[in-house]
Structures are given as C-alpha cells and as structure tokens.
Design a protein around this ligand. Structure first.
Ligand SMILES: NC(=O)c1ccc[n+]([C@@H]2O[C@H](COP(=O)([O-])OP(=O)(O)OC[C@H]3O[C@@H](n4cnc5c(N)ncnc54)[C@H](O)[C@@H]3O)[C@@H](O)[C@H]2O)c1
Ligand SMILES: C[N+](C)(C)CC=O
Length: 506
C-alpha cells in the first residue's frame, strides 16, 4: 500500500466541459490485476455527480450546436478521433493491459478496432442520403422519412473490453448527433477517461461527451432511471442488465442491452479428417476459449464435439492448454494475463469445483499457477482449464463462467449437435467446424445465436451487426443497426395544396 499513498487522485468526472473530483470527495484506487497493487486513483462519483453530468448533456443537446452540426463535420471529427487513437496506440494499449489484465498486444488490437469503429461510423453517416422520400399517392403531398438524434444517451460498460465496448456506443451516438454520459466499469475506467480527453482534443463541443467514474449501484442506476435521459445502452452481465431495464421502464426510455453468452463451438469429425484440419480446429478451439483468459462475452466456452474424435481432440487441446504462458500482460512472451479481480477468480474456482462434484473430468488446469518472475504472487492468475465429460445439466455448462474454463460435450448426429448448441438461455455467438459446405449452412441456419462463425471463431467487423438472441440482449451494436439504435425516426408529411376536409358537416 505504500505505493498507493504516493498516487495522486485524478479528477476523472467530466461534465459540461470541465474535469472535476466527485462532489462527495470520494476516490477509488485502480488495481493492476497482475499484482493487485494500485496504479491510479480516480474520482468515485455517485448520483449527485451523475445528475450534474446528465444536466450538462441535456443542455448540450437542447441548446448546443452538435445535434445540428452538418453531418460532414461530425464525420470529420470522428475521423480526427481515429487518428488520435492511432497516435496514442502504444500508451492506450499499455493502459488497457494494466487496467484489464490483458496482454499489451491484445490491448493494441483493441485500440485498432476502436479506431476502425470511429472510421466506420464516420463513413456510414457521411455516405447517407438525408431522408427517404415516400410516394404518398398524390403530387400535392411531399412525404419524407428522416432520422434524428435520439437525445441524451446513458452508456454503461464492462471491464473486459473497456475501450472497445465504449467505442461501439460513443462512435455511433456522436455520428448521429447525440450527447452522452458514460460510466465505465468502476474497476477499469482508465482508457475511457483517456478517450474523453481525445474527444476534447479533437474539438467536440463542451457538454457533448461526459463521464462519471463510479459504481453501478449509484451512477449506473441513476443513468438508467433519470427522466432526462432518452436512451440507455448497457453492456455487461445479465443480472445488472435486468436491473437497468427495470430502472429504465418507468420513463419508457429506449434500452439497448449487450449481455453475456454461453457460446457453443461445434466440431464435426470431418473437420479433423486431415492433420492440417485437426490442427486448425484444435488451435482455434484453444483461442475461442482462452484468449483474454476466457473473459470474453463470445468465448467458445462449450466445445461440442462429434464423439468419434473427442478423445484425440481433447488430449491435444489439454496438452496445448497446459503450455499457455500465463503472466503479467506487459511482460514479453506472455500469452494470457490474469483474471480481472479476486472476485472473478473466486467465481471461476466455484464453477470448477461444482463441475468436478457433478462428475466432470479435469484434463488440464483447475488451479492457480505457481508464482514466477512473470506472475506475481498476488496476481489473480488461474490456469486454462479443460473439463471433459460435461453435460447440459451442469451449472458450468449452463451459466456464464467468464474465465479460462472450457467444457466438453459430445454428439453423434447433426440434430443432436444443433439441439445441444441451442440449449442455452443465451444466444450471443457460436462456431461450426466442418468441411461439408451444405452442412455448414444448414447448421448455421438452425443456430439461435447473433453471430455464427463457420470454420473460424471470434472475428467481428464494424460493418456487421453484433448482438444476441435470447438473454444475450436486446438491440444491436455495429453495422447500420448499431447506428439506428441512436436515432429517432420521423415522418414529415407536407400537404402542398391544403383544402378543408369537411368530415364534420357543421
Ligand atoms: N454482449 C456483449 O457484447 C458483451 C461484451 C462485453 C461484455 N459482456 C458481458 O459483460 C459481463 C462482464 O462484465 P461485468 O462483470 O463488468 O458486468 P456487470 O454487469 O457486473 O457490470 C457492467 C457495468 O454495469 C454496471 N452496473 C452494475 N450494476 C448496475 C446497476 N444496478 N445499474 C446500472 N449499472 C450497473 C457496472 O458498474 C459496470 O459498469 C459478462 O456477462 C459479459 O458477457 C457482453
Ligand atoms: C464484443 N467483444 C467480442 C469484443 C467483446 C466481448 O466480450
């Protein structure tokens, strides 16, 4: 704790163009998950700070220039932000690594994707027509459907991809002409604070972009319920997402929810028929489950494999899982960082313990690794874990673990594979591995998930919508639908030759 006493508390609440401390004066230490030591101290806002930020965003929307700024100028600002992100890629990638525990290379990739999102939404709005003329059936009627910014947007984001998830909200919201207040996860706020600084540097008018650092139960709840907010966009877990939707309901604001997943990775035996095919399918299954220590909403945490190839596949998977180099994300050669918090590691340990009690067979991991020069003793590390002989009644198969835990189930027929893959209350993403193109299309068509990868796992594109079926959420991010979330649709009907209607005789 000696180090923490030397850290200066930063004023990390930005409302109406000014950086401030919390009204209460409260602060929070931000811990590096690799050693549990604080590396920053931020303001710990509450509902009072949130009200001030919402009032600033409301003023900027109702009276400010941004919603009425020509779309070309808005697009130009977004492109400037993308350029600034590229300029600061190294620092931001490093900061994301320290904040969320991921490797610096993962952090850099995130920053590239963030810049891509800003460019994509800039191009999308710049290339649009201003409205859709509707044929009203008369030359005397001019009828046009236009899109307008929705207003003040609340944004609430999780800790696993702090800046990426923020950018999927901020870029379309700004492109559409909205103002916003964002609340990053209280444990990983650093890069979102940095992004607000870049928006200011790029020339965004005061009051358009506001941030309140602080916890979900006060700041997040207020952002969800506040009557002056027009939309709340939330990314996080199912339990908090349900609370956000409940808090938003009385004011009938628009709600967008990007929630968790329990994502199947279905491997047919034909995909493993050649050595190259086998190696690719194993390698990608490893990546699907263990990148960022499995703390990915779309992690392929359920391997659903054809029974005839299970033993060979799982043996190779476990062999490779044991070789994954765990350590501090900033160290050279490290492939997986720690879990984000002690709480997250305890949750993972609880699920592994319950799976073993329910009959799962441990093939790799299942414990904390020994400390090493790259792995400080206090870091929240956990070994990549493969659990064989799992079945759908197990908690570890049904619930989102959000850690480095892969469960293995088997099937004999295509129908069985589809039934297993769809047997989840979630529906975020899934993979299918087969060399049979007809089967690939058939299975992809039957899977009830928002993204299906065929012979791949994990890629997402700014041009393609992202979101879930079932309890994985409501609405979509990215793509044209990701912009539409931040808009109202208005029909303007103009009578060019008005006459009395004479419906009423008197
Ligand atoms: N679908 C997606 O695209 C996507 C992407 C990333 C993460 N996720 C999901 O996020 C979860 C992990 O993130 P997490 O642990 O930070 O989730 P979380 O639900 O605990 O927290 C998410 C955010 O909600 C806030 N929050 C908590 N309680 C709240 C409340 N009552 N009202 C308003 N806000 C509240 C938190 O402070 C945080 O900012 C996983 O379930 C993961 O699948 C989904
Ligand atoms: C949406 N994604 C895949 C970037 C992060 C999910 O946790």
């Amino acid at each position: 704790m000696a180090e923490s006493n030397e850290l200066q508390a930063r004023s990390t609440i930005h409302a109406g163009g000014e950086w401030r401390a919390a009204v209460s004066g409260a602060t929070r230490e931000i811990l590096d998950p690799a050693d549990a030591l604080p590396f920053a101290v931020v303001a710990e806002g509450d509902d009072k700070d949130t009200d001030l930020a919402i009032a600033a965003a409301r003023r900027a929307f109702d009276e400010g220039e941004w919603p009425r700024t020509p779309v070309g100028e808005r697009a130009a600002l977004l492109r400037r932000v993308a350029d600034l992100l590229v300029r600061d890629r190294e620092q931001l990638g490093l900061l994301e690594s320290r904040d969320a525990g991921k490797t610096v290379e993962e952090g850099r990739v995130d920053i590239d994707c963030v810049a891509d999102a800003f460019r994509y939404f800039a191009d999308l709005v710049a290339g649009e027509s201003p409205g859709r003329v509707v044929d009203a059936g008369s030359p005397d009627i001019h009828s046009v459907v236009v899109h307008e910014p929705i207003g003040v947007c609340s944004m609430i984001t999780p800790w696993n991809y702090p800046l990426l998830q923020a950018s999927w909200k901020i870029a379309p919201a700004l492109a559409a002409g909205n103002t916003f207040v964002i609340k990053p996860s209280e444990i990983t706020p650093m890069t979102t604070i940095a992004l607000i600084e870049l928006l200011v540097e790029a020339g965004l008018p005061a009051g358009v972009a506001n941030i309140v650092t602080g916890p979900g139960h006060s700041v997040g709840a207020r952002l969800s319920e506040h009557p002056d907010v027009d939309l709340v966009s939330f990314t996080g877990g199912l339990i908090s997402g349900t609370k956000v939707a409940q808090a938003a309901a009385p004011t009938v604001k628009k709600v967008a929810l990007e929630l968790g997943g329990k994502n199947p990775n279905v491997v047919f035996a034909d995909a493993c028929a050649t050595d190259e095919g086998f190696d690719t399918a194993v390698d990608q299954a490893l990546n699907a489950a263990f990148i960022h220590s499995g703390q990915v909403c779309s992690a392929g945490a359920r391997l659903i494999i054809e029974e005839s190839v299970r033993d060979r596949f799982v043996a190779e998977l476990a062999r490779r899982a044991e070789k994954i180099r765990l350590g501090r994300g900033t160290e050279d050669g490290v492939e997986c960082g720690p879990l984000v918090s002690e709480q997250q590691r305890a949750k993972v340990e609880m699920y592994v313990e319950s799976a073993l009690k329910e009959g799962a067979v441990l093939r790799s991991g299942g414990k904390r690794p020994a400390p090493s020069p790259q792995r400080p003793e206090n870091g929240y590390f956990y070994e990549p874990t493969v659990l064989d002989h799992c079945h759908r009644e197990m908690r570890v198969v049904r619930e989102e673990v959000f850690g480095p835990v892969l469960t293995v189930e088997t099937f004999r027929t295509e129908d069985e594979a589809v039934a297993l893959a769809n047997d989840t209350e979630y529906g975020l993403a899934g993979g299918v591995w087969t060399t049979d193109a007809g089967r690939a299309r058939r299975v992809a068509g039957r899977l009830r998930h928002g993204t299906i990868w065929i012979n791949d796992f994990h890629p997402y594109l700014p041009q393609a919508e992202w979101g879930g079926f079932g309890k994985s959420g409501v609405g979509r991010e990215l793509g044209p639908a990701g912009l539409a979330e931040y808009r109202e649709t208005k029909h303007v009907y103009q009578n060019l030759a008005p006459k009395p209607v004479r419906w009423f005789a008197g």
